[in-house]
Ligand binder design. Structure first.
Ligand SMILES: NC(=O)c1ccc[n+]([C@@H]2O[C@H](COP(=O)([O-])OP(=O)(O)OC[C@H]3O[C@@H](n4cnc5c(N)ncnc54)[C@H](O)[C@@H]3O)[C@@H](O)[C@H]2O)c1
Length: 146
């Protein structure tokens, strides 16, 4: 299975989207909608302090009736931040996501945030690996028969 570093390289958009912990939930959701993404890494100054997911917004703002313009991201984010390194494998990320019930993992290298991998990125990678293996097996079977 591929490593996180390779999965990051295959993403069409190499940008990493973050938000300050003091930002309102309304502005954070607006950014998620603009970028068509489901999570933002949360910064307090230079420190990575958590992640804000669509689930946080739906359950901790909308359902608990906290006004999104008056609520700061820090009040509803998921913290502490769970992250992976570029050397982690797809399988390790999947295990961490399952265990911690996460859909996004920031990727840190030497204290720097270099990317985010989502559950969709990992599934896409697994599907493409399976496609490659099936193709190889088809070639092999055709070779044996021919
Ligand atoms: N075809 C593809 O390449 C691809 C890749 C990932 C997801 N998807 C699809 O998109 C839908 C939702 O995907 P999801 O649940 O994985 O999450 P998502 O909508 O949050 O992720 C979509 C893409 O945005 C990226 N992303 C999310 N937050 C980011 C951030 N803060 N900074 C930088 N990049 C960020 C993810 O890594 C992923 O590549 C699903 O239907 C999934 O199948 C497709």
């Amino acid at each position: 299975m591929k490593k996180v570093a390779q999965i990051l390289k295959s993403k069409p958009d190499q940008a990493v989207y973050t938000v300050a912990s003091s930002t309102s939930v309304f502005d954070a959701v607006t950014l998620m909608a603009e970028k068509n993404i489901g999570a933002l890494v949360v910064l307090d100054g230079e420190a990575f302090v958590g992640i804000l997911s669509e689930r946080d917004c739906a359950r901790k703002s909308l359902l608990s009736e906290r006004a999104p313009r008056q609520t700061a991201v820090r009040d509803i984010m998921t913290s502490p931040l769970q992250y992976v390194h570029p050397s982690h494998s797809n399988e390790e990320c999947m295990a961490l996501m399952t265990d911690k019930r996460l859909r996004h993992l920031p990727v840190m290298e030497h204290g720097r945030l270099i990317g985010v991998v989502s559950i969709g990125d990992l599934v896409k990678d697994i599907i493409s690996e399976q496609g490659f293996i099936i193709e190889q097996l088809e070639h092999y079977i055709a070779g044996v028969r021919g």
